[in-house]
Design a protein around this ligand. Structure first.
Ligand SMILES: C[N+](C)(C)CCCC[C@H](N)C(=O)O
Ligand SMILES: O=C(O)CCC(=O)C(=O)O
Length: 437
């Protein structure tokens, strides 16, 4: 059947069915997609709405959008529950052969009347373009800035931090700054946090998002007494690692606030008690590995491993499947997550695509990068400064220490953190437009 084609400034079309006639109308808008002018072409010969472009279809991933897909993505007030933002109709009540009865281009988008009960839908040009050009902008954290031992080269004051007072006086703005710093650098401090107890720390973390409960409880406040069967509850040195590698969904954020550290046996009060803290930018380390030893990067990103938490009575946690040390987001071509705690790692498999020897060689290289002076960021936590970091990107560790060292903090889910980052840095409409599609 011949297509109805919109020509020039007025709608012109061939009458294909007496019942459906496009009236000649006045001025029609066409959308400039960069240098391209889009003219929707309603082709009744297919099940999609086509778009033709004056200067050809370069840059366009596709030139048509399926009718059913468009109808299913109607965002009108009756199709989207206005209190919940959920789809408010049954997709499968839409007739499979739904088609446009009328298509009208406007300055900000395209209005369609459907054969489905003459339902009216409006699609913004941004929505249509993002699928025609297939460059749907993901509302992802800002461009990362890797960190190493020395932060002097950064645009922001080093180390990245916000003040507790700022959060108390203008929460949205200060939490927006905090979450943006964590998104960019992988970590940030909140300074000026009361140390009389962990209460202020807990309340601060909950201003980011609710604290995640695990077998360690929710908000944690611990000393080296093996209260839980994990080396964190001791005074030994801990090499750089990420936490909760044994969960399908490892903790997104982790926080540490040193409340106190004393050693009655210290010969002189100023003796170094140890307990220095270590951060390593795992994405930076992965970029070095990929550059210096592409095979090792390939092995650590392809060989999937078992992980476990089995020290506590009655608790044997392992993830829903095997996971590699380095997870790459192939679609975005960037690092997605680092999962590295050699103490919690299970047995290297023989059928992971590379031999265990190849895996150990790759892991040895990875381990050597993690321990490089230029990569390790050592510092001393001090009471009043709450450290919050991205546990999917940043590894942490500590030096051995003596005496009683009291630390508190909490885990926060990655998705809840990203939601808070979005909602304290972008308008809701912008966010919805991008995350719903
Ligand atoms: C003390 N705190 C609750 C933070 C964690 C203690 C356990 C940390 C361990 N690396 C793990 O991933 O399980
Ligand atoms: O005690 C510290 O500084 C870090 C403890 C640790 O690595 C952990 O709890 O995962």
């Amino acid at each position: 059947m011949a297509p109805w084609i919109y020509q020039g400034r007025t709608l012109a079309c061939r009458v294909l069915r007496p019942s459906v006639l496009f009236p000649k109308t006045g001025h029609q808008y066409h959308r400039r997609l960069g240098t391209i002018v889009a003219k929707p072409v309603v082709s009744n010969s297919s099940d999609s709405l086509s778009f033709s472009y004056e200067s050809g279809n370069q840059n366009m991933k596709r030139t048509s959008l399926p009718n059913f897909w468009l109808r299913d993505n109607c965002r009108c007030r009756s199709c989207v529950h206005q209190d919940t933002m959920q789809r408010n109709f049954n997709t499968f009540d839409i007739p499979k052969d739904v088609r446009p009865l009328k298509v009208e281009t406007q300055h900000s988008g395209v209005q369609i009347r459907w054969s489905d009960n003459a339902h009216e839908s409006f699609y913004t040009w941004e929505f249509l373009e993002s699928y025609l050009k297939a460059d749907r902008p993901q509302l992802e954290p800002v461009e990362l800035e890797y960190f190493g031992a020395d932060g002097s080269q950064y645009s922001t004051a080093w180390p990245p931090s916000v003040q507790n007072q700022d959060i108390l006086s203008d929460e949205t703005k200060a939490v927006g700054r905090l979450t943006d710093l964590i998104s960019k650098f992988g970590f940030a401090f909140i300074t000026g946090v009361p140390i009389e107890s962990g209460e202020a720390t807990e309340k601060l973390l909950e201003k980011i998002a609710f604290i995640r409960h695990t077998h360690y409880g929710g908000f944690y406040d611990f000393i080296p007494n093996l209260a839980m069967a994990d080396t964190a509850y001791t005074n030994i040195a801990l090499a750089a690692h990420t936490d909760t590698t044994y969960f399908s969904d490892p903790a997104g954020l982790q926080a540490f606030h040193l409340l106190s550290h004393s050693d009655p046996n210290a010969k002189d009060g100023t003796a170094t008690l140890g307990g220095q803290s270590l951060l390593v930018d795992g994405f930076y380390a992965a970029s070095l590995l990929k550059e210096e030893d592409p095979k090792a990067f390939q092995v650590l990103s392809q060989v999937r491993l078992p992980w476990h938490a089995s020290g506590n009575e009655g608790i044997t946690i392992s993830p829903d499947k095997l996971y590699p040390v380095l997870e790459v987001d192939d679609r975005m071509g960037k690092m997605h997550r680092v999962r590295w705690n050699n103490d919690d790692r299970g047995v290297v498999p023989f059928d992971g695509g590379f031999s265990p020897t190849e895996w150990y060689d790759a892991a040895r290289k990875w381990n050597s990068i993690l321990r490089r002076n230029s990569v390790e960021y050592w510092f001393q936590l001090t009471p009043g400064s709450l450290l919050v970091f991205n546990n999917w990107r940043v590894l942490h560790g500590r030096s051995a220490f003596t005496g009683v060292r009291r630390m508190c903090g909490g885990y926060i889910n990655r998705d809840d953190f990203i939601s808070r980052w979005r909602n304290t840095n972008y308008h809701r409409e912008e966010i919805l437009r991008r995350i719903i599609g």
